[in-house]
Each structure stands twice: as structure tokens, then as C-alpha cells.
Design a protein around this ligand. Sequence first.
Ligand SMILES: Nc1ncnc2c1ncn2[C@@H]1O[C@H](COP(=O)(O)OP(=O)(O)OP(=O)(O)O)[C@@H](O)[C@H]1O
Ligand SMILES: [Mg+2]
Length: 261
Amino acid sequence: MTTTTPVLSARGLVKTYGKVVGLDGVDLDLFPGEVLAIIGDNGAGKSTLIKCLTGAVEPDAGEIRLDGAPVHFRRPQDARKAGIETVYQTLAVAPALDIAANLYLGRERHRPGPLGSVLRMIDKKGMRRDAEKALTDLGIGTLQNMSQAVETLSGGQRQAVAVARAAAFGSKVIVLDEPTAALGVRESQQVLRMIDQVRSRGLPVILISHNMPHVFEVADRIHIQRLGRGAGVITPRSHTMPEAVAIMTGATTLTETPGQT
Ligand SMILES: Nc1ncnc2c1ncn2[C@@H]1O[C@H](COP(=O)(O)OP(=O)(O)OP(=O)(O)O)[C@@H](O)[C@H]1O
Ligand SMILES: [Mg+2]
């Protein structure tokens, strides 16, 4: 038997908000180069789960490992430094800034020499050049002008910028919470293609989505979250969409519907 170390793993994660149980002992494994979808009804704990994994929330109990070593993220920057890039459900772009500035938000690059080191001048040209390359690498042809303000972009293009930022800087794991929720068909397909691109580079992706066709199109495995607990892990081959939804809503369980092997 071959055993692969998960890139990211969690055991027994618990997070309560006063009397509300967000997570009630959740396990998760993310393996190299896979797209792991997380599905579940509203309030099932999907966002809380990835917030624990990415330092936005500190779990009350449980263990998180990155490449097999225990980690304790106290803030999102800790996870980012460790190579985990996240696009949270509430989209974090700065509308008034341009595309390149958004890509480098919080990581602004300074000009070489004393202009940068002494005067702290931002290397706009270099950032635009590299931003363009990062987006082209991801197959986003529709964003040509890196100095365009993000507020003038369409919702899908904004989302593309947020996902591109994650893809450009994530070195270990990319986490996307509902990246296609507000998008049209064409824009959603673009984000799904980006996820494909990221995976083909060998980077694993965690994707939270309510959109079953999207999940079944792009995911290698699907973690089902129900009422703060993991209800099981399935694949697009082992189960149908209606079966996945039935497990998600509690109409059936993974034990009752074990699926095709
Ligand atoms: N900051 C908070 N304060 C209090 N309760 C919270 C907080 N964040 C989440 N919760 C509660 O924890 C539970 C899980 O919420 P979470 O946001 O993880 O759900 P979700 O699966 O992401 O739902 P959705 O599909 O609506 O995004 C819910 O009952 C929610 O009300
Ligand atoms: Mg959520």
C-alpha cells in the first residue's frame, strides 16, 4: 500500500461561537494536486472550516498539519506565509485600485535601488508586467489593461483577479470559498478553467461551492459537511449529484448510500 502525506490535514476541529456550534470535530485531508470540494447546506460549517485552516479563525480544539508538520495559524498572514492563499466568501478586492495593485495588495514591490529602499517607491511597472504574466499564465485573455481600476471590471473579471492573486502567490494550497456564486455561465467557466490550471501545476485546491454541476465538473473528491460535522467524502464517480445532495441534507447517509466503487 502506498501512502501519500496530505499537503494539508485537519483532525477533530472544533469551533463554537457562544452556544452556536460552527464545527463539531471535523477531519479533512487535502492531497497533492487534487481539487477537494466542500459542499453543505447554509450554516453547515464550510466557511468556518476553511477559516480554521487558513488562520482567519482559531479552532477551540483539534490539530492542523501542513506537509505533515503541526501548524498553529493565529492570523491569515501566518497561513499566507506558509503558502496557503485564500479567496474568502466576501470578496476582498480593493475596487479603486487597478488590477496590478490588487494582485500585489499587501505585497507591494518597491523599485530597485535607493528609490525603493530609501524612498519606498512602488515598482508599478514591474508589478504590471508580472501581473499580466500571471494572468496570461492562467489563461485569462480578457484582462488586457493591468492599470484598469478593478471597480470598472465585471463581477467575473473581479473574481478572476481575486483567484489569480491566490493562484499567483499560493505555493502550497489555494482555498476558494464560493468563487462562482455571483458569476454568469461564461465567467464561471473561466474560474473553473483557472482551477484546472492551478491543479495542472500540481497545486491542490479547496473549493467551497453550492453549485453541484461545478463541483462535479472540477472536483476530484467531495467533502460533505452537515450540521458542523463531516458527513463523508465522495467522488464525482462514486456518487450522483442527487445522492450528494441527499447526504448533504440528511435525507440519507453515506453508510446507506455507499456509492459505486
Ligand atoms: N462569527 C460568527 N459568530 C457567530 N456564529 C457564527 C459566526 N460564524 C459562523 N457562525 C455560525 O456557525 C455556523 C457555521 O457557519 P458557516 O459560515 O461556517 O457556514 P457555511 O457552511 O459557510 O454556510 P453558507 O453556505 O451559508 O456560507 C452557522 O450556524 C453560523 O451561524
Ligand atoms: Mg460560507
